[in-house]
Design a protein around this ligand. Sequence first.
Ligand SMILES: [Zn+2]
Length: 134
Amino acid sequence: MTATRALPKLDADNRAFWTGGAEGKLLLMRCQDCKSFIHPPRPVCRNCMSENVAPEAVAGTGTVYSYTVNYQKWHPAMEVPFVIARVAIDGAPGVLLTSNIVGCPVDAVDIGNSVRVKFEQQGDVYIPLFEKIS
Ligand SMILES: [Zn+2]
């Protein structure tokens, strides 16, 4: 298999986020005390400093908050152009996931588009990508 992107190094904090796709779930770390979502995942809540945090599944839908189109071939196996977007995740106030919008031409993407997660498996990692909900 040829890796087409840099893969994250899994650790105790981020493992749920990067492997939840094996079960089709987008898992975000959430403080069990104040209920804030914590992304990128960390072992301590940024809001209340609680260490009582655990991954929780969210719906996996969201809205394109902002985006840009990348034309630069940073890696030989990289297919360009592609969209890099920040996606506001439904049910997780304050969480903006940086990802790609896939499955449509780059000029079909706009701010405010509704999107749904789609996982791309690369070894042990399931990368959360997003596609437009038509
Ligand atoms: Zn908290």
